[in-house]
Every structure is written in C-alpha cells, then in structure tokens.
Design a binder for this molecule. Structure first.
Ligand code: MTE
Length: 870
C-alpha cells in the first residue's frame, strides 16, 4: 500500500536547468540527499530504478533511443509504445508510481531530445493573445512560480478490453491499469497564459506536441477558463517524482490536466494556441469521445457530424473502481486461509470530485457492504513548503486529483457462498458506477461495476477478473465462449426463475443467404480459387468475393489473398457488423464437413517438415526479418530469413508475393504485394527493396511501409504467393493469363519502386547468354538519389548495349544532371516505346503515371492486350 514515511524536505531548492538535465548525473530519488529543515508524513515516491538499457524489442523501431522497463505489458505490439503495468505491481508500488512503471500512451514515435538541447526547448504561446511569446525551458523554470502536486493520470481507454469483449470497438484493449500517479513539478498553465494576455472572446487553449504522427502533430484543447482557474490545477510539468520527465512521458515538458482524461495532457509540448473554437487537430476531433451507444463504427465513419459534436467529447474522468486483491486467477486455500480475507482495490473520480463511498456486493447487487477508503492525497494538504523545487500548496484546494484506495475484510465463509465479488464507487456529486456497460464506438470511459468471479475447486476458491490485458482468459471471455449474453444485465448468466426478467440475447448477424444449399468440396474450392475466382471460407461457409474486388476498402488484394483459404479468424476479428450483414450477397454454399478440417491442415506447416520452396499460393507462412539495409534516406532493403538455409523462395520471374502484418496503430492486418529484389534461386533468404512513405504535412504516409519500417529485427511477417498474371518463361517467351506469347523486345516503363518487378525480368534476360530479347527501360524519378538499382541498370546497358537501353528522367534533377528532365511524357513514350511487332509494354509505377502511360500508349497504336500493368 501507499508507502508513508518521514520525508526530509529541502527548505529552498535551486532550480538550475542545465544541472537538472545533466546527461551524466544519475537522477534516482535519493532521500538522504535532501536537507532536513522540516519533517512531514507524506507518501514517498517508490524507489526508482530508471532503466538505462534499450530493450532488443525497441532497437529496430523509431524508439530505439528510449530505455524502458520490460515489466510493462505492450498492448499494441512492439510500436508505438502503449503499455500498462501489471495491476498488482502498480498497486503494490503504493500511492505514487515510479516513472518506469507508469502507463504510457504514445500515438507514434517518441521525439528524440538531446540533453544539450533541453535548455533551449521552447513553447510558443499565440493565437487570441495580446502578447504572443516564445518561452524557453529556462524561462519556464526560472521566471514562474513552481508548484509540485500529486496527480493521477488515467487513459480514457482504461478497462476497454471489457468493452472489446462485448463488441469490438475502434480502440485497442486496455486492462484496468491504464492509470498511474506521480508528483509533477512545474508552473501553473494559468501563469504562463496570463503572461501572453488572452484577449476578450478567447475560449479555448489548444496544445500541440512535437510528435509527428500520420495525421499531423498530436494536439487537443481544453477550455481557457479552466486553464486560468488555479483550482483546476492545470500545469506544465518538467519533473515527475522529482526527476526530469522520461522520454516516454514527454521529456522535456508536458501539460498535466488533473481530473481529466490523460489524452488532454499533451506531452513534448511546443505550442499553446488560444482560440475561440475547440482544437481542429485530427486527434482532438477523432479521438477521446463517447458517442451515443447506438452509433455503430460504420455510422460514425459515414457521418463526420458525430465527431465534431462537442457534447460527445470527454474532458472530466468518470467515477470508476477496480479490485486488485483478489488478483486475477488467485487461489485461496480454504484449509489455511483464516476467517477473513481483505479485498483491496482503487477508485477515482473526475473533475476534482472526491470518492465518497466504495461498496461491495456478494449477492449480485442485492445488498452492499461499505469499504474503508484511504485518500493519501490528503496528506499533502497538511504539508506546507517546497518539494523537488516546487511549492506544495494544496491546503485550501478542496479538489481531489488522485486515486484512492479501498479495502474491506470479508468473512471467507461469505466468499465461499458467493459466485462473484462486485465493487462500485460513488463520488461527491453522488454519481455512481453503473451496473451495465455503456458500449460506444471508441470503447472509452468503461466503468461498470468491477466483477471478480468466484468458483470453487476442491478446497480452494479461484478468483477471476473480467479480462487480462494481453492474455486470453477472464470470466467475460468464458461466458462469451459458452454462448452467454454479456449484456443481459446479469453478466451473461442464465437466469433462475426467481430472478427478474431476462433480456432477449443480442441477435447474431446471419451471414448466410436464405435458400443456398450447395455443398462444396475442397477440390471445387481450390480449383475455382486458382482459376481467378476468389472463393474463401468463413465459419464453414463459402463466399465468392469476385463482386467485391473493386469496392473492398482494403483493396482487391484483401480478397485475392483469401482465395481458397479458411479466413474465419481474421475475418471475424476485423469486420464490423455492417460488413457481416453484407455477406449473404456473396454466400454461395457450405463447405463439406470433412473439408473444413482438411483445409485447416493443408494450410498449416507440418512440424519438422523441410519444405524445399517457401511460397504456397493457398497458405500464409512466416518469414523472419533479419536485417534492414539503408539504401537512401527513404529507401531500405528488408532482408527476411526463409525457413532453412537451403530453402528457395519459389517465385517465378515477374510474379509477386503478398506480405501481411498488423498495423501497429489500429492493430488491423495490412496486406500488400511486393516483388523481391533478390534472385528467385537465392537460398535461405529473400530481400525486399521498399521506399518508406513517411507522413508529410498533408499526407498521412504509407501504412504498410511505415509498419515495415517499425518492425523490429526478429519479428515475423506472414507471406503468401506467388501471384500475378504475368510470368517471363525465358528466351523470349511470356506467359500472360495462362497463355504463352513470344516477344522479341519489351518496353519497360516504371517510376520509383515500380522498378522491382521490371528489374526481375530484365535481370533474368541479361543473365541468360542465350536470350536475345531486347529492352528499353524508361525510368521516371524525382531526384537522382531516388533512382533505384541504378548501378545494375547501367551495368546491363553498358555490357549489352545492343539490346538494353536505359533512360532516366528526373522531375527535380540537380544542375549537374545530364539526363532527361520532366515526367514520362508523350514525346518520351513516342521516342522509346513506339509499337513494334512481337513486342509488349510492362508498366509499374504510381497510379497517375500508369493511367497516363495507358492513355498515351493506346493512342500511339498499342493494343490493350500488349500492355501489362504489374
Ligand atoms: N501527447 C502527445 N504529444 N502525444 C501522445 O500520443 N497521448 C495522450 C497524452 N498526451 C499523447 C500525448 C494520451 S491519450 C494519454 S492517455 C497520455 O498522454 C498518457 O500519458 P503518459 O504516456 O505519460 O502516461
């Protein structure tokens, strides 16, 4: 529990920016370092052992500079870093949480800030102010009154896994540890804003961080009058528990908005903008809202009005509580347990409101017992003086901005007679946690009674929390799996006759078409799928995705990559109810029962099997990322290890493979098609040349390329193939949509990484001394350094001048560039790609380039069947 000790407080604390941020000085809280003018009883920060090592997991990510504690549970894969501490570890640290165990919510990479740059870190205060100013860290630390205050930050997603178990929301799962408490030190935001003199009519203060994300910098707003009200306690902080902020928590400077959801406490603060309307930052608009419960993910995607209605934006936290003891999966031995068991947990409320009661029930909420509440925060009200360089000045402030702890000794015999321990808290506005969950699209502010299920096993009682943040299990999942309706008001339990009205269970969405009775064999499924009709299986039913190839939001590849497969797991995990309701239109039959198992087996690797070639058209297999080689500022070669040293990829020349990995932000699978740059007969590995599309001012960046870039070494990706209508058979023979075709020459038109499939074909011809096919490669890029595979292309052109011509054209070539300039134009196509007998054109590049090439080449006399787009 909260560590209460006698702390020696310094009478004066000299705030020196450079010393405070000294890179070499170890900044663990050393209590004996502090002078002892006065003695008080306040909860101390727990001993802090700030990690200094970069975890292997983080090394290949943009956060390769951030040391972290391995105990934290990663909720969205490796990156971005969204973590909560294990619940018991968090609780056992006491009232204050050490920075290394404090939960983290990062939307993207952590800005890298060097020690020597910190004194010059600046915050601009602008907008509707008479005196716009830019303040440096030095100004902020030296020219304003400093305060130190204990504050609990809570992510609006705390306990979201319970919502996701009932019905998938748009947010990732959090357990009940999405909250932590620290002593924050810095100036009041009110003082900072007043020095910029806000104008009449100003109503909001927008805040912006330095983290560059797919939709711009992170930002949000709060009301200006709150920020100016000292009772609301809004501050700028540069210390946490007396130490400089760690990189994950906003080093060197962040906002802390007590009593409100963590999402308003902007980290890595660079701007405060005073406005008359709420922030229009993408993250303010699209995040941190509780939309009405009947608004489905699709409704919210279709109508922007849901997101701009300020009534649904969350500011104050709601009242909430959770049980820590009994722990999840704790076993109580009745032969040794004694007569009483002390249940313990936490409770908090929002907006400065105080938790005034916590109640526990063992009979489904028919009767309640009052728990004891401890408010460690109150100890600071009694204290007057300075702490870690800030004045502790809470004596007259009535607001409660921290979590409280509850406990209740319960007769073990009562636990034995019960099926669940329920807890609910109430605040001083008499707001009480509800029995039933309020589900909403973003799954935020989840606060129904916290239920710990109790089961008897021999001489023991077993306790189960609703969920585990990162593992399977918890009573909710069990109830759901056994067909219980979690929303029936009784936690999915079937009702006894003496209990109140049972609600009708939620209707499952039927994905089958009435009247479809066709039984489909495994052979039929495979044959049709390989003939270009993308048939796939969900829950034993067969669907034909042909009609949806054009309209699918994930692109045609999301359907073609499922052809011939049982995709139940992926499909059900990511598709919304609206998508499921569309499925009857594509339903064509039922897979023969024996085929369901056979299909599963045919797509699983047999343990111990050494497959000579890696790729399988009807199954995803795993590849391990073993190396990333930098080619240019935005282009890398990703090296993947095959299953064993002598395995080859098995990719015919000119064909592609599909790569699937989970989006680290939404956790949804992304699938893209690639052509490796490595040779098909290379043993043991495969190399992909990838241009990373980083976010720009108005562009969100490429989801797949950014996800690949963030992938740590040693991580797996799923891979399947080959795919593609085109194959180069060698010696002037091409296979296109299954038909052979002779060619004497090929015109190859490409841009950027579009060179990769073209290069595969060109290299195969150049390496075969008996192949006399001739080539022109017309390669468009922006800058000279954007030209990929340049040395190889030029080598071929030099060694085989008779039959290989390479023409580069640049839109932004430097003054020294001697080649062609401008985009791939009509003139260039006329000059280098005019129609010929026994010839064809291969094209691969950005969509606009491909469309232009198609229009122009058709106008110049090529037939549509002569053009192949990779
Ligand atoms: N500030 C920036 N600049 N970028 C972010 O991703 N995340 C917000 C908030 N401030 C975020 C941010 C969210 S949603 C939360 S809950 C808190 O930071 C988490 O603070 P912590 O990571 O220090 O616990």
């Amino acid at each position: 529990m909260a560590t209460v000790a006698t702390l020696a407080i310094p009478s004066t604390t000299n705030i020196c920016v450079t010393e405070d941020y000294s890179p070499t000085k170890k900044r663990h809280t050393e209590l004996h370092d502090l002078p002892t003018p006065q003695e008080v009883d306040i909860p101390l920060p727990p001993p802090s052992f700030l990690p200094t090592e970069i975890l292997d997991l983080d090394k290949g990510t943009p956060d390769h500079h951030v040391p972290r504690d391995p105990r934290l549970l990663r909720l969205t894969g490796v990156h971005p870093f969204n973590v909560e501490p294990p619940l018991t570890a968090l609780f056992n640290e006491g009232f204050l949480t050490s920075p290394e165990l404090f939960y983290v919510r990062n939307h993207g990479p952590v800005p890298q800030v060097r020690d020597q740059d910190i004194p010059e870190w600046s915050v601009r205060i602008e907008g509707l102010v008479d005196n716009p100013v830019t303040l440096s860290m030095r100004d902020i630390v030296e020219n304003y009154d400093q305060i130190t205050a204990p504050i609990t930050l809570v992510c609006a997603g705390n306990r979201r896994k319970e919502q996701n178990t009932v019905r998938k929301s748009k947010g990732f799962s959090w357990g009940p540890s999405g909250l932590s408490t620290a002593l924050f030190t810095g100036p009041m935001m009110a003082d900072i804003l007043r020095s910029a003199r806000p104008r009449r009519g100003a109503k909001f203060v927008c805040m912006e961080g330095a983290d560059r994300l797919p939709n711009g910098f992170y930002g949000t707003s709060v009301k200006l009058n709150w920020a100016l009200d000292r009772n609301k306690g809004i501050m700028l902080a540069y210390k946490m528990n007396g130490e400089p902020l760690t990189p994950d928590h906003g080093r060197p400077l962040r906002v802390v908005v007590p009593g409100q959801i963590g999402g308003r406490s902007v980290k890595w603060l660079t701007r405060l903008i005073v406005t008359d309307t709420p922030s229009d930052n993408w993250y303010h608009v699209n995040d941190n809202r509780v939309l009405p419960t009947m608004v489905s993910p699709e409704m919210s995607a279709q109508d922007k009005k849901w997101w701009t209605d300020e009534r649904y934006a969350i500011y104050d936290l709601n009242v909430n509580s959770a049980t820590v003891y009994p722990e999840h999966e704790e076993r109580l031995d009745l032969t040794t347990s004694g007569e009483l068991y002390t249940a313990k947990g936490y409770a908090y409320a929002g907006g400065g409101r105080r938790i005034t009661r916590v109640e526990l029930s063992l009979d489904k909420g028919k009767s309640w017992r009052l728990a004891e509440i401890k408010y460690a925060e109150d100890r600071y009200r009694e204290y007057e003086g300075e702490l870690f360089g800030g004045k502790v000045d809470m004596w007259q402030r009535e607001t409660c901005f921290c979590w409280s702890f509850w406990s209740l000794a319960i007769p073990v015999a009562d636990l034995q007679d019960s099926d669940a321990l329920l807890v609910r808290a109430m605040d001083d506005a008499m707001s009480v946690q509800p029995r039933d969950m309020y589900w909403s699209v973003l799954g935020m502010m989840n606060n129904p009674w916290f239920r710990v299920a109790i089961t008897k096993e021999g001489n023991s009682l077993i306790f189960e929390h609703p969920t585990h943040p990162t593992k399977a299990g918890g009573w909710m999942e069990k109830v759901k799996k056994s067909g219980g309706d979690l929303t029936n008001g009784y936690w999915g339990e079937r009702q006894q006759s003496d209990e109140p009205l049972e609600q009708a269970p939620v209707k499952e969405i039927c994905m089958k078409k009435d009247g479809v009775s066709r039984i489909i064999s495994l052979d039929e499924l495979k044959i049709n799928s390989s003939n270009g009709e993308p048939w796939f299986v969900v829950d034993g039913e067969v669907y034909d995705g042909t009609a949806f190839l054009e309209g699918h939001p994930g692109g045609a590849i999301s359907i073609t990559s499922s052809a011939g497969l049982d995709v139940s797991e992926d499909f059900l995990a990511i598709h919304s109810e609206t998508a499921k309701a569309m499925m009857p239109d594509y339903h064509i039959g039922t897979l023969r029962p024996d085929a369901i198992k056979a299909l599963k087996n045919s797509t699983q690797p047999t343990p111990g099997e050494r497959r000579p070639t890696f790729l399988q058209p009807n199954a995803w297999f795993k590849l391990k990322l073993s190396e990333k080689k930098t080619v240019s500022w935005d282009t890398k070669i990703f090296v993947f290890q095959l299953e064993h040293d002598t395995q080859t990829l098995g990719l015919p020349i000119g064909q592609h493979l599909m790569i699937k990995l989970n989006d680290p932000i939404s956790n949804e699978p992304i699938i893209r098609s690639y052509t490796p740059i490595s040779e098909g007969n290379l043993q043991g590995r495969m190399e992909l040349l990838v241009k990373i599309y980083h976010p720009g001012t108005n562009t969100p960046g490429g989801r797949m390329t950014m996800a690949l870039d963030r992938l740590p070494l040693g991580a797996d990706v799923d891979c399947k193939g080959p795919t593609g209508r085109f194959e180069y058979l060698g010696k002037g023979e091409v296979l296109i949509s299954g038909k052979k075709r002779p060619v004497q020459s090929m015109k190859m038109i490409c841009g950027g990484t579009g060179i990769t499939p073209i290069f595969q074909v060109l290299r195969a011809v150049m390496q075969d001394t008996n192949d006399s096919t001739s080539f022109v490669v017309l390669d468009g890029n922006r800058l000279e350094e954007d030209i990929l595979c340049r040395s190889e292309l030029e080598m071929y052109a030099e060694q085989h001048a008779q039959r290989c011509r390479v023409v580069h054209t640049l839109t932004q070539g430097s003054e020294s560039w001697k080649g062609r300039r401008g985009r791939i134009s009509e003139t260039l196509l006329q000059e280098f790609a005019a129609p010929e007998e026994l010839s064809m054109v291969l094209i691969c590049g950005p969509p606009a380039m491909e469309q232009f090439a198609k229009r122009t080449l058709l106008a110049q006399g090529w037939a549509e069947s002569d053009l192949h787009f990779f």
